[in-house]
Design a protein around this ligand. Structure first.
Ligand code: F6R
Length: 288
């Protein structure tokens, strides 16, 4: 496999710097101090960084968040939930403490929330964010925003959420996880690339992937998600994918042109999109 060979050769020759500066290769921003990626390359307009393992990806993503926090006097961060981001939030909280970084002037907008789950429900994304992140940093509670899945009219809640992002001047850096079907936020395949925040019916693939969190009961079938158009308006987008389960979809993303069949390919049209992968999630893309 090409990636494995690359890793082995680099380990043998110690020529990482040379590999990174040759041709189209790029080196990470000096602000983002972390382990060196094994691959740093621009593919289809996307800055792709591949790290040895998920731990290094976590470190890089956490450093991205700290860098975003420092880059603006009143930073607006777009946040994701899910398994990939649990260690990232732990790392951000630790780094913020060590480097004396404050979230007191930050505003956060989460991507999505299930329809019908109250904030105190352990499976709601409100609860996830409080548990994994907000309770561990000095975020002002009135600046932590998530879509309101409990409003009587979820469509109206979605439109209001979109307006709120706009009124706050948009998002500086939007962090994204990746669904095994290529979803970003809960934008499932075939979602228009110009969509605004909206109510979505979750697909079978997403219901299956997330049912692990709802073992004792039926999981909600609808969610409110930031639209792809809304996401693309963020000034920078950082998509993170780790683990072998994401390898087939990562391969597809690099194989095809922009297509609404694979929501994450929308990022190819963004002027400042970064993809952070570990060797496991990148393994199929590098097999050919
Ligand atoms: C969650 C979200 C989703 C997840 C994606 C990956 O806010 O927007 O798109 O990021 O489903 O989830 P994990 O990390 O659990 O594989």
């Amino acid at each position: 496999m090409r990636l494995r060979r690359t890793l082995k050769n680099i380990a043998k020759s110690g020529q990482l710097a040379k590999v990174l500066v040759s041709g189209k290769w790029h080196i990470t921003d000096a602000m983002i101090k972390t382990a060196q990626p094994v691959v740093a390359r621009k593919i289809d307009g996307l800055e792709v960084f591949i790290y040895k393992d998920a731990q290094q990806v976590t470190e890089r993503a956490a450093n991205e968040m700290i860098a975003a926090l420092k880059a603006a006097p009143e930073p607006k961060l777009g946040l994701a939930t899910g398994g990939t981001f649990e260690p990232i939030y732990a790392a951000v909280a630790e780094l913020a403490g060590k480097r004396d970084c404050s979230f007191s002037r930050a505003t956060t907008f989460n991507l999505d929330e299930y329809v019908g789950l109250p904030p105190e429900d352990p499976q709601s994304y409100h609860h996830y964010m409080h548990h994994h992140f907000f309770s561990k940093v000095d975020m002002p509670t009135d600046r932590e925003f998530l879509p309101d899945g409990m409003q009587v009219d979820p469509k109206r809640a979605a439109a209001e959420y979109d307006d709120l992002i706009g009124k706050n001047g948009g998002i500086d850096v939007q962090f994204l996880g990746l669904g095994v079907n290529g979803h970003i936020g809960f934008n499932e395949p075939k979602t228009p690339f110009d969509s605004r925040t909206h109510v979505v019916e979750l697909t079978e693939s997403t219901l299956q992937a997330n049912s692990r969190y709802f073992q004792d009961r039926k999981m909600p079938t609808e969610a409110i998600t930031m639209g792809i158009g809304t996401i693309l308006e963020s000034r920078r987008v950082v998509l993170v994918a780790t683990g072998a389960a994401k390898a087939p979809i990562i391969r597809k993303i690099f194989e095809v042109e922009m297509t609404e069949e694979i929501p994450a390919t929308a990022l190819k049209g963004h002027p400042n999109a970064v993809i952070l992968l570990d060797a496991a999630s990148a393994s199929e893309a590098f097999e050919r």
